[in-house]
Design a protein around this ligand. Sequence first.
Ligand SMILES: NC(=O)c1ccc[n+]([C@@H]2O[C@H](COP(=O)([O-])OP(=O)(O)OC[C@H]3O[C@@H](n4cnc5c(N)ncnc54)[C@H](OP(=O)(O)O)[C@@H]3O)[C@@H](O)[C@H]2O)c1
Length: 271
Amino acid sequence: MLGTDLVERLRRSGYEVTAVTRADLDITDVDATHAAVAGHQVVVNCAAWTAVDDAEAHESEAFETNAVGAAALARAARAHRARMVQISTDYVFDGNATEPYAEDAPLCPASAYGRTKAAGEWAVRAGCADHLVVRTAWLYGAHGACFPRTIARAAAERGSLDVVTDQVGQPTWTADVADLVVRLVDSVAPAGTYHATAGGRASWYDFARAVVGAAGMDPGIVHPTDSAAFSRPAPRPAFSVLGHDGLDAAGVAPIDDWSQRWDLAAGAVLG
Ligand SMILES: NC(=O)c1ccc[n+]([C@@H]2O[C@H](COP(=O)([O-])OP(=O)(O)OC[C@H]3O[C@@H](n4cnc5c(N)ncnc54)[C@H](OP(=O)(O)O)[C@@H]3O)[C@@H](O)[C@H]2O)c1
């Protein structure tokens, strides 16, 4: 989902891009990864095991991609003097905060997926000094399964939805993350950790109402509930709001407020 938008954004800016899917390159294959990185100035790793619930029962497989694969890419980037950009997640935090997470807040993942992504961050920091760890969250986009599409479909089919109010985050458009990654690279931002999420905050209930409205239905068909109503293998962070001080310090503009961005994105995402 993110990788497709990133490739489009880079090509629009005139970058020469080698876009590889899993069919072209398994990032856990050290030799293949080393060869694939040769000749490139920047490597952006959008590949990941992203099935959050499945990772609970398959943590070692998730670790292979999210940590071992990230480590292989980082070492290859260092060997070829490339800058390494690692996409990470709010799930590296436990979600118990009440104020936005700073870039240097201690990692404390509560799920297998979060542990493997946290390990990937550390592997990249250790493997390639010239790195950008770019955390994002609550992604939606035109090129993958995501919350707005699921909600719009379910609303049309069922006519009524229960959506949780007790998980709060920043709905973020993949096109905006792609744009921010390019701006970070273009600005030669100092190596370190950055947060690529939209501004403001919303619950899934708030976001579902915005989605249903954008799909031409009455937001009143969305009803509030809480996480106790849903039993899932992996715990969801209750509070996933990320702070943007690192972008401010680097002089890179953060993404605008989530609701403004959703108004712009809805047509492309809902189709
Ligand atoms: N989606 C979100 O809400 C969200 C939130 C926070 C952070 N993130 C992070 O953002 C990044 C992009 O997420 P996304 O939602 O765009 O992910 P996505 O649509 O699930 O894409 C991940 C891609 O990685 C590929 N992949 C998996 N294992 C691989 C391997 N060993 N070698 C090469 N490719 C492999 C997958 O291929 P297959 O389809 O063949 O498995 C898939 O094409 C990830 O780092 C994710 O952790 C996502």
